[in-house]
Ligand binder design. Structure first.
Ligand code: ADP
Length: 553
C-alpha cells in the first residue's frame, strides 16, 4: 500500500511536470518562430525599399542578405556567394508568384538550418529578388538553454515528491497499521485497547467504526470461545458416548467416552466402520441417513450393552448417543433368572399339591371335600398359568430377537394348532373357532403361537353360548394380516385403550372365573412390538371384538 502510494505520487509528479515542460517549450518555440517571421519580413521590407545596385550589405553573422537576378543567379550576398541557380528555391518561387512566404530549411551554402524570406524588387533594367535569411538556432536557443534547468527542476521535484510521499504515507497509514495489528490480535483472541484518534476527523470516524467493530468482534469471539469451552467440557465429561456423523456416516465429532467404548484413538474423519463392524449398528445408522429418521437400537460391544439413540438433524447430521445399559441389562438378567428360578421352585410344590389334590378328589366319597378339591385344582391351574404368563412376558421383555431363531412361520398352520389346543375350552363354552386364509411371517414360532393363542382364547372366553371365533389370515406385497374376531360380549369404548395393560381386566371376576391371568393382551402387545407389527382393536359392547395384527414385510 505504502509503496503503491509513493509510486503513484512520483509517477504523477513526473508526468505532470514533463507535460508542462513540453507544452512550455512548444509555446515558446511557436512564439519565437512568429517573432522571427515578423522580424525577417520587416528586414526584407527595409532592404527592398533601400535597394540599389550599388547597395552593400553589412556582414552580420546573424542576418544573410542575398540578391538574385531574374535568371536565378546570385549577384550579391552578405556572407558567401553561391554558384547555384536560386530560381527554384521555395522563397524565390513564392516571391516570383507574388505570394512571398517564409520557409525554413537547411542551407547547403552555410551548412545549417535557416529561415528564408524573399521579395521581388523592380529595377531600371527589370527586377531582382532580395532574400533575407536568419539562422533558426537563435529561435530554438531558448528551448535548448531551458532543457538543463528543466531537468534539474524535474529531478528536484521528483526527489521532493518521493520524500513527501514517504512522509505522508507514513502519517496516513500509521493508524491503519495500528488497526491491522489490533484486528490481528482480536482474531488471536487477545484483548487490545482501541486505536487512538488522529488529528484527521475523516480518519477518526473510520477508526471509531473499526474500534466498535473490533470490540464487538472481540466480545463475540470470547463468547464463542466460552461456549466452545463449555460444550467441550460437557462432551469430555459426559459418561455417554456421543458421536456426530455426516450423511455419508463419516465421524465429525467423537467424545472421549465414545473413544473409550470402542477403544479407538482418533476416529474423526473416518467412516463409522472404524468404531465397530456390527452390521446391526451400521445398518441402523445408514437407515437413519437414508430415510432421514431417528432410531433407537441396542448394541453389544466388548461385553458391554449400550442403547443407541440416533437422531437425524436438520443439518443432515446424525447425532448418536450411546448409553451404557450393562448394569440394567445385568439386573434384568438377574431378575429374569430369579423369575425363572422362582416359578420353577413354585411350580414344583404346586405339582405335588396338585397331585395330592387329585388323589383326594379321586379317593373321597364326601361330596363337600370333592368340591373343595375341585376348587383347589382350579386355583392351582390358575397359579400355574399366571406363573407361565409372567415368565413369558419377562422373557419377551428381556430377550431381543435373534436372527438365527427366525423362520418362515405359516400363520394358518399355527392357527390350526391353537384351534386344536383350545378344543376342550371351546367344548366347555360351546364356542366354535373357524380359520381361513394363508400367510406367513419371518418370526420365532413360539411367539406367533402365543400371539394367536392369547387372542383366540380371549375370543372363546369372552364369548356367549353358541358363539364363533374367526381367525382370518391374508398376505399382500406390503405385509401379512391376522385378524381374530368374535361375536362375544365386546368391550366398551372407555376400556378399549387400557386392556393391553398388565393385569387390567374389564370384569375381574369374569376373567378369574374363565381362568384369565390379565397378562394375555400384554404378551400380545409385546410380541407385536418385537416384530414391528401394527395392533388394532375394534370392539362394540354386546356385538363382539376384532383384533387385527398387521406384520410388515
Ligand atoms: P385375561 O387373562 O383377563 O383375559 P387379557 O390381557 O387377555 O387378560 O385381557 C384383558 C381384559 O380384556 C380381559 O380381562 C377382558 O376383560 C378384556 N378382553 C380381552 N379380550 C376380549 C374379547 N375378545 N372380548 C371381550 N373382552 C376382552
Amino acid at each position: 500500500m505504502k509503496k503503491k502510494l509513493i509510486l503513484f505520487n512520483v509517477i504523477l509528479t513526473v508526468v505532470v511536470l514533463s507535460l508542462m515542460f513540453a507544452l512550455g517549450l512548444a509555446v515558446t518555440n511557436s512564439n519565437n518562430t512568429a517573432l522571427s517571421e515578423k522580424k525577417i519580413k520587416e528586414l526584407t521590407a527595409v532592404y527592398c525599399a533601400n535597394y540599389s545596385p550599388s547597395l552593400t550589405f553589412p556582414a552580420d553573422g546573424d542576418v544573410r542578405v542575398t540578391v538574385i537576378d531574374e535568371t536565378g543567379a546570385v549577384i550579391k550576398d552578405s556572407l558567401k556567394i553561391s554558384d547555384e541557380n536560386h530560381l527554384y528555391r521555395d522563397e524565390i518561387e513564392a516571391a516570383a508568384n507574388g505570394h512571398p512566404t517564409v520557409y525554413i530549411r537547411n542551407s547547403d551554402t552555410l551548412g545549417k538550418e535557416m529561415m528564408y524570406y524573399a521579395e521581388k524588387v523592380q529595377t531600371d533594367t527589370g527586377y531582382v529578388f532580395v532574400r533575407v535569411a536568419i539562422p533558426t538556432e537563435s529561435i530554438r536557443s531558448y528551448a535548448v538553454k531551458s532543457v538543463a534547468p528543466m531537468i534539474a527542476i524535474l529531478l528536484g521535484v521528483w526527489l521532493c515528491s518521493v520524500v513527501a510521499s514517504i512522509l505522508l504515507s507514513g502519517v496516513l497509514l500509521k493508524p491503519l497499521k495500528q488497526v491491522r495489528e489490533n484486528l490481528v490480535e482480536v482474531a488471536s483472541g487477545t484483548y487490545r485497547p482501541a486505536v487512538p484518534a488522529t488529528g484527521d476527523p475523516d480518519i477518526n470516524s473510520i477508526l471509531s467504526a473499526i474500534n466498535d467493530l473490533s470490540e464487538k468482534l472481540q466480545n463475540s469471539m470470547l463468547d464463542a470461545q466460552n461456549e466452545r469451552r463449555k460444550s467441550n467440557y460437557v462432551l469430555s465429561n459426559v459418561t455417554d458416548g456421543i458421536a456426530v456423523f455426516d450423511k455419508d456416516l463419516n465421524l465429525v465429532i467423537a467424545n472421549e467416552s465414545l473413544k473409550k467404548i470402542f477403544s479407538v484413538t482418533a476416529p474423526e474423519g473416518k467412516h463409522a466402520e472404524v468404531l465397530t463392524a456390527d452390521p446391526a449398528f451400521l445398518s441402523a445408522l445408514s437407515d437413519c441417513a437414508e430415510k432421514k429418521t431417528d432410531a433407537i437400537f441396542p448394541l453389544e460391544t466388548e461385553g458391554r450393552y449400550f442403547l443407541c439413540t440416533a437422531r437425524y438433524t436438520d443439518s443432515t447430521m446424525i447425532v448418536a448417543v450411546l448409553s451404557d445399559v450393562t448394569q440394567t441389562k445385568e439386573s434384568e438378567k438377574m431378575r429374569l433368572e430369579f423369575f425363572a428360578n422362582a416359578s420353577h421352585e413354585l411350580k414344583t410344590p404346586l405339582t405335588t399339591v396338585k397331585g395330592f389334590n387329585d388323589m383326594i378328589s379321586l379317593q373321597t366319597t364326601d361330596s363337600a371335600i370333592a368340591d373343595y378339591s375341585a376348587r383347589i385344582g382350579k386355583e392351582i391351574d390358575r397359579i400355574t398359568r399366571l406363573l407361565d404368563d409372567m415368565l413369558d412376558l419377562s422373557k419377551l421383555e428381556n430377550t431381543p430377537l435373534k436372527p438365527e431363531n427366525l423362520t418362515q412361520v405359516s400363520l394358518r398352520e399355527i392357527a390350526e394348532e391353537v384351534k386344536e389346543e383350545l378344543t376342550p375350552l371351546c367344548r366347555q363354552k360351546n364356542v366354535q373357532i373357524f380359520t381361513e386364509g394363508e400367510g406367513s411371517v419371518n418370526a420365532e414360532r413360539e411367539h406367533i403361537f402365543q400371539l394367536i393363542k392369547n387372542l383366540a382364547e380371549n375370543g372363546v372366553r369372552y364369548n356367549s353360548e353358541g358363539g364363533n371365533v374367526q381367525i382370518s389370515i391374508s398376505a399382500d406385497p406390503e405385509g401379512t394380516s391376522l385378524s381374530v374376531s368374535d361375536n362375544g360380549i365386546g368391550i366398551d369404548a372407555a376400556n378399549q385403550s387400557r386392556i393391553f395393560e398388565r393385569f387390567y381386566r374389564v370384569d375381574k371376576s369374569r376373567s378369574r372365573a374363565t381362568g384369565g391371568t390379565g397378562l394375555g393382551l400384554a404378551i400380545v402387545k409385546h410380541i407385536c412390538e418385537l416384530y414391528g407389527a401394527k395392533l388394532t382393536l375394534k370392539s362394540k359392547l354386546g356385538d363382539g371384538t376384532t383384533v387385527l395384527v398387521r406384520f410388515p414385510i
